[in-house]
Structures are given as C-alpha cells and as structure tokens.
Write a protein that binds this ligand. Structure first.
Ligand code: NAG
Ligand code: NAG
Ligand code: NAG
Ligand code: NAG
Ligand code: NAG
Ligand code: NAG
Ligand code: NAG
Ligand code: NAG
Length: 754
C-alpha cells in the first residue's frame, strides 16, 4: 500500500463518522537542531552519488540531502496503528536500482510491542512504502541494534535479499525483492548471545541473533552472488559463516577466533577482503574488550589488525567501521563505548597495519595522565545545545558509535552516529596530510529530531513559546520554533528530565524536574525570567536525599510547587516560597496532580475514580467529585483562561468541570484518553478548544473539539501520523487558535497549525 493509497483510505475511514471530521493540521518540527537520541547506523548507497540514510532506534529513518547536509524524515506517516515502524533495526539501499529502499521495522521483541515486524519497501527513495509483514518480531530499540546491516540486497541480483532475525528465528531470504520471505533452514546458527538472561522485562533476555550479512560482490553470477558472509551474535562459538553456493549451504569460516562478537562485515572489494570489528557486548553501551580482524577472501586467511594498546585503549570493544571505496586500504574504526576521555576514532591508510588517532592521549591504563590533544576543530553550531549539555564532560567525539560511514564517492565526506546526534565533516583527507592538519568535526544532524518527550508547557505570555523536557538530553526553552535553542543550565542534568510547568497567572515563572538520580545537583529548578536563567529550587530535597522524577505542578502565581510520583519519597509533597517540601494530607500516593492556572491557592488531584481539590495551596486535599467509572485518570488540564475550569482524561474518556472540580460532566466522544490540553477557543465568546490524544469511535489519534465534544476534528495528516496516541505529550498554544505542540516518543516535538 503506498502512502498515496493511504490518503484515500484515511478519508474513507473518517467519512462514516458523523461528528468526527478529518481536519489535518499543517505539521512541522519544533527544532532542536539535530539529534537528541541514538543513531545506530548510517548507510550510503554505493552506486548513487549523495544517497544516504540514517537509521534511528525509536524515531524512524531519515534521508540525507547532500547539497545542504540536512536530513528528511521518511517514516512520519506512522500513526497509532503503525507506531512501531519508528523502531528500525536494519536498512538496505539497493546497489543495483538505487531508488529501492528496504527497512526492517518493529520496536521490541518482548511484550512491550504486540506486533510482528514488517519489511517496508520503497521504490522512490522512501517517498512512499509498501508493507510486507514478517512472521516474527523485530527489535529496533533492542540491544545490538547498531550491528549490521542485518538486511541486505544482493549487488549481483537485486531480487535477492537476506534478513537476519532476532529471537532465534534465524536467517531469512527473499527472492522477489522483499515481498515474501522464507527461512534459510541450512543456516547453522540462530545465535546464542543474550545480554542478560535474568532480565524479566524481556528487553535484554532475548537472543540478539544474526547481526549482519555481506555479499561478496566479486563473486557474482547471473543468478546472484555465490559467496555470502554472515555474522552471528555468538561468543565462544563459531560466529562468522560463509556460503559459496549462493546461500544453499553454509559453514563456519576456518581459523576464526570466536572469543568476541562480530559487529559488522565490511567488504573492501578492491582488496578482496572483509573487515570485522568485534566486542564482548553488542552495544550500544556494553563492551569491555574486542579486536579487529581482516579476512583475505582469496586465501581465506585471517589477520589481526587490532590497534596496539597505546594507540587505542583496548578496554572497550570495537564497532563502527568503514572503508573508503575510493582509496583501497583506507579504513576507519570506532571504539563504540569508550567514554574516557572520549571515543578515539582511528584511521588506517595501510589496510589496518597501522592506525592514527583523532586525538592524542596518554594510554594505556592505569596511565590516564594524557592530555587530550584533538586533531580536529569542533563545530556544533547547528546544534548549540550540545555544548551546554556536555559542560563538564570530556566527550566531544561521542559515545555509542556503531554506525560510521565514509562517503563512497567522496573521500573527504564522512558521517557517524552517536548516542546523541550525527557528526561528520567534509575535510576528512586533512587527516592524511603531512604534516597532519586538523579536520573539522561538525554536528550534522539538522532535520533529525529524535527526542522522546516527557513534558511540555506553553506559557501564555512574557516568555518563551514553549518549554520542553525530554529523555536523555534534558530539555529546551523554545523562544521561537525554528531556531535551535540552548539547553538548560544551572543545573544541567546529564540525562532525562521528567516534567515542566509554568505559573498560569505569572507565566515567566517556570519549574522543571529531573528524572535522573539527583547525584550531582538537586532535582528541582525554577526560572523567573521565562527560562532565560535558572536556579536550583531552595526547597528541593538535598542531593544526599536523592529524590527525583515524577510530575510537578506550579501554582498560578508561581509561589507553590506540588510534586507527585517522586522516586525516593512516598506520597505527594508541597513546598511554598522555597520552604522544604512536606507531605500533603488527604491524597492517595498514586494521585495525578495539576494546578489551577489562575487561582494561586487551588490545586487538583485524581486517583481511581476520585477527584480531589485543595483550596489552601496544596496543604490539604478533599475529595470533591467522582469521575464516572474511571479507574485510571491520566491527565488533569486546567484552563489557562478561566479559573476553576478543568478537564480530566481517563480510561473512560474526558470529564469537564467549571467549578474547580466540585462536579463533572463527561464530554461526548472519547471512550479513553491520554494527554489533553486546553487551547484558545475558535471564537472569543465560545468555549475554549480542547485537544485530546484519545480513542473516538475506536480510533486512537489526536483530536480537537471547539464545542465541548459535540464535534471532533482528527488532526494528523496522512504524511504526519504522530505515532502512538498514548505516547503523545500535548501543550496547546494559548495564544493561537488551533495551534498545538505534540511531543512524541522518539520523533521530537511537532507543532500543528491551521
Ligand atoms: C494509520 O496508518 C495506517 C497505515 O499507514 C492507515 O491504514 C490508517 O488508515 C491510518 N489510521 C488513521 C486513523 O489515520
Ligand atoms: C506473528 O506471526 C506469527 C507467525 O506467523 C503468528 O502466529 C502471530 O499471530 C503473529 N502475531 C501478530 C500479532 O500478528
Ligand atoms: C582469540 O582472542 C582472544 C582475545 O583476544 C585471545 O586471548 C586468544 O588467544 C585468541 N585465540 C587464538 C587461538 O588466537
Ligand atoms: C593471503 O592473501 C593476502 C592477500 O593477497 C596475502 O597478503 C597474505 O599473505 C595471504 N596469506 C596467506 C596465509 O597466504
Ligand atoms: C587542532 O584543533 C585543536 C582544538 O581545536 C587545537 O587546539 C589545535 O591547535 C589545532 N591544531 C592545528 C594544527 O591547527
Ligand atoms: C568532495 O567534497 C569536497 C568538500 O565538500 C568537495 O570540495 C569535493 O569537490 C568533493 N569531491 C568529489 C569527488 O565530489
Ligand atoms: C480561588 O480559590 C479560592 C478557594 O476556593 C476562592 O475562595 C477564591 O474565590 C478563588 N479566586 C478566584 C479569583 O477564583
Ligand atoms: C456540530 O454538532 C452539532 C450537534 O451534533 C451538529 O448539529 C452540527 O452540525 C455540528 N457542526 C459541524 C460543523 O459539524
């Protein structure tokens, strides 16, 4: 099914729904300037100049625009039913017909994702896709996602594809260009390596499986390549296999050392050799040893090309590896999780016999006395938040480097993915100059917006348009929506932030809450100038108390903070004017909370079917109403326009109160709802609008009503589906009718407008 056919279907689905009409907004990203999450792989097409893709673990796939170094998202059509398409475990760009693109999608192989995987196929470089189901799950956000590629097209017959599965499902083959698949039963290993067999979540206790397949391009016949290599996540058992009869039979390559796991099999056709980096973990965070091997295909003999200790620090594994197709024997190599002082990327121009460093440093341990002297100039001007976020960190080159690629048509151009963003440059040959010249190492991820958003707040005036908090990289103050913003400082939390709120009647006052262990600074910070400057909150628990996470609400004038769901404290806490947080009375410990946006003494809470109000600044709560038959309230959204007006979403829909929660009426339409937010009304005399991530007529999506539920508009477009409805984080723009900010779980923040 193409996405154009989808447009027709989309309209047809909605037409039968009376008061629910399709009214797609115009959608764009709120830009942070690139990245914000792990980029496991970058894949260039070897036969089309400038064609490259970046694969992410929870935010889909992007295509490079080689003329301006920006990236175009390709899987934004994913909506609630296809939200697991944003997990991408492997990607293949067809070397024969470069217009063809294949992506293996699916988020998890454990119960977190109920769906089997899918092969997405495009014949127009990702403008549209057909979907080809697999009979097993695909784990795009699972361990080992930076190995590969485990999906490949035969360069000698592009109807033939191989896909290496996880979970013990083995090696699969398609002979009709990805439309149907069958298992290669003769393949000798389904994989045995499991990161952590005791992990009861299932995330780390599954078999990582076949990690890469590489066709020997030089072994072509009209029927396809006869020689094919495959690597398997096995440790201490054979893990590099070869077929010399086009995949009919397989054997372990003789003479291999199987102590560690092979991450990639990179063919250097001119050298007739295969380069293989190995580690004792699968990535992105877990290697403590490794080596690098080169297999000469002509005589099937192995050579160890591991950099000497001292040039490298061999207390990490190796993963990212690329060869320069224009310069046989030029190879680059990344220690994927070397964290101190930084990832020392290495380069060889003699086929791995000797290596040079991207920075010099005094290895080996315990001799960590070196000064890090970069052979690069650093440029993160396209993503200036990185410098603030990395304050006090020794790393610039990155961490989690599993996808590293030299442009097959230009030896000066290279790109690699890290846990944070994409780096690269256009002057790589400076590395080889004598005397050596610096390269410029740049953040080159513009267009890649892959944060997982945990909270948003849109102040009504006197400050930024939006303040966001996100997983892994903290969050941002967005004074406009297109310029990359700085990130928070004082304090900088080196990781996930969990919530943010502003004072409705005094909107320059903002609070943010850390989602990570408060090991270096307190976990509550406030700003009184619209997020321009911040300070640790005086009443926050001491660092030694290690209380963090949960959700926080700021009173209308900003004097009082209410805090629920903290790790390290049982129950709901309140603090006024910088006094220490103390427990509130009258609330169950699992209550969700919110402030009235205009009445400084009023706070709201809900738990089960019970609704609670505090009229004394959060000190005490009393149950004031019942939310129908709800068993799990999700969000309380107070109106920024009218004191005492609020909405509550729950597993039974959306409830509305105009009397500070003394009574509620159910809003027609939703049978279940997640994030909700109150926006400016369609007219100055009518009601406010309400945005809801909800189930209406059985369809989970994002909706708006301008008449308290009489009519609903379905807001995603067929090209911007916004992913999972339950994953959406909403903040309506209080100043612009119809404008909504939508945080996603992996594709950053969108804003939609009329
Ligand atoms: C979601 O996307 C799928 C596939 O792309 C499409 O078939 C379906 O109609 C979409 N659903 C909605 C509510 O738009
Ligand atoms: C996944 O595929 C298996 C094997 O074909 C099938 O039994 C199972 O029902 C599928 N699961 C889903 C959710 O479609
Ligand atoms: C295989 O590699 C390991 C780790 O480097 C090494 O200790 C071992 O001696 C190697 N085995 C052989 C047979 O070379
Ligand atoms: C295998 O072939 C390579 C490349 O021709 C050569 O350098 C190497 O010495 C050969 N090794 C053996 C063991 O013959
Ligand atoms: C290379 O860059 C580093 C860091 O910017 C700088 O300290 C050094 O002087 C530069 N070296 C050369 C040769 O320009
Ligand atoms: C490679 O890229 C550099 C820098 O952008 C450019 O100057 C050069 O012309 C390119 N070379 C080729 C062969 O395209
Ligand atoms: C704020 O709430 C208090 C307590 O319910 C009430 O007495 C007061 O009238 C409210 N103020 C406004 C402006 O609504
Ligand atoms: C809104 O809902 C009312 C009541 O169901 C209906 O009469 C009216 O036509 C609807 N308006 C629109 C624009 O659909």
């Amino acid at each position: 099914m193409s996405s154009k056919t989808l447009a027709t279907l989309f309209a047809a689905v909605v037409a039968v729904r009376g008061a629910v009409t399709q009214q797609p907004l115009i959608w764009d990203n709120v830009r942070i300037g690139g990245g914000g999450g792990f980029v496991p792989s970058i894949v260039f097409n070897p036969n089309a100049v400038g064609l490259a893709y970046a694969r992410t673990d929870i935010g889909g796939v992007y295509r490079l625009d080689p003329y301006d170094d920006t990236w175009l998202p390709l899987l934004d059509f994913a909506n609630d039913t296809t939200s697991d398409f944003w997990g991408t475990d492997a990607l293949a760009t067809d070397p024969v017909q470069p217009e063809n693109l294949y992506i293996a999608v699916g988020l998890y192989t454990n119960s977190w994702d109920p769906n089997n995987g899918t092969i997405l196929k495009s014949s127009d470089r990702g403008e549209s896709f057909s979907f080809h189901p697999l009979p097993f799950k695909v784990g795009g956000n699972m361990p080992g996602r930076g190995m590969g590629e485990r999906l490949v097209v035969d360069p000698n017959n592009n109807n033939i594809l191989f896909f290496g599965a996880r979970s013990g499902h083995g090696l699969w083959k398609s002979t009709n260009a990805g439309e149907t698949w069958s298992q290669v039963k003769s393949f000798p290993s389904v994989g045995t390596y499991i990161v952590d067999p005791t992990d009861t979540t299932g995330l780390n206790s599954d078999i990582v499986g076949i990690s890469w397949v590489t066709f020997d391009k030089n072994s072509g016949t009209t029927g396809g390549s006869s020689r094919i290599f495959a690597g398997v996540a096995n440790m201490g058992q054979d893990n590099v296999f070869v077929s010399t009869d086009a995949g009919a039979t397989w054997s372990a390559v003789a003479g291999q050392n199987n102590t560690f796991i092979p991450h990639h099999g990179v063919l250097s056709p001119a050298e007739d050799a295969l380069y293989i980096p190995y580690a004792n973990g699968v990535g992105p965070w877990d290697g403590t040893a490794g080596y690098v091997k080169k297999l000469f295909i002509g005589n099937m003999s192995w050579v160890d090309i591991t950099p000497a200790q001292g040039i490298a620090d061999n207390s990490y594994g190796y993963s990212g590896l690329s060869v320069d197709l224009q310069k046989p024997g030029t190879v680059m190599l990344a220690p994927f999780n070397e964290w101190y002082p930084d990832a020392n990327i290495l380069r060889s121009t003699d086929g791995g016999a000797s290596w040079t460093q991207i920075f010099s440093f005094g290895y080996p341990p315990p001799d960590y006395v070196g000064t890090k002297t970069p052979y690069y100039n650093y440029d993160d001007s396209q993503a200036p938040w990185i410098t603030t976020f990395a304050t006090g960190d020794t790393k610039q080159v990155g961490w989690g480097i599993q996808g590293l690629a030299i442009d097959p048509f230009n030896s000066s151009h290279w790109l690699y993915g890290t846990g944070l963003t994409i780096y690269g440059g256009h002057d790589l040959l400076n590395w080889d100059a004598s005397p050596r010249k610096n390269i410029t190492l740049s953040s080159l991820a513009t267009g890649v917006e892959e944060t997982a958003v945990t909270g948003l707040t849109a102040p009504s005036s006197g400050g930024p348009k939006l303040v966001s908090v996100v997983g892994d990289v903290g969050g941002f103050v967005h004074t406009d929506l297109t310029t990359p913003p700085p990130t928070f400082s004082n304090p900088i939390w080196p990781g996930t932030a969990s919530d943010v709120d502003h004072a409705g009647a005094s909107p320059s006052n903002i609070v943010r809450l850390s989602g990570i262990s408060a090991s270096t600074s307190v976990s509550v910070a406030t700003s009184s100038d619209g997020g321009a400057t911040w300070a640790p909150y005086a009443g926050a628990p001491a660092v030694s108390d290690n209380v963090y996470g949960g959700k926080i609400a700021m009173s209308a004038k900003g004097e009082t903070l209410l805090w629920a769901g903290a790790t390290g404290f049982s129950g709901i806490m309140v603090s006024k004017s910088g006094a220490p947080f103390t427990a509130v009375s009258g609330l169950p410990s699992n209550a969700i909370i919110a402030s009235d946006k205009l009445n400084d003494s009023t706070f709201y809470a809900a738990s089960g079917s019970s609704f609670f109000t505090s009229t004394d600044g959060g000190a005490t709560f009393k149950q004031t109403a019942t939310l129908g038959s709800s068993t799990s309230p999700v969000r309380i959204a107070a109106s920024p326009f009218t004191a005492g007006e609020l909405f509550v979403s729950s597993d039974k829909g959306v409830f509305h109160s105009t009397n500070s929660g003394s009574s509620f009426t159910a809003i027609p339409g939703p049978t279940n709802a997640w994030s909700i937010s109150v926006g400016k009304g369609a007219s100055s005399t009518g009601p406010s609008s309400l945005f809801a991530a909800a189930t209406i007529n059985g369809v989970n999506s994002l909706y708006r009503t301008d008449d308290l539920g009489a009519n609903w508009s379905l807001l995603p477009s067929y090209s911007t589906g916004l992913g999972s409805a339950s994953g959406m984080v909403l903040a309506a723009d209080p100043n612009v009718y119809g404008q909504i900010f939508v945080g996603t779980n992996g594709r950053g923040i969108f804003y939609g407008h009329l």
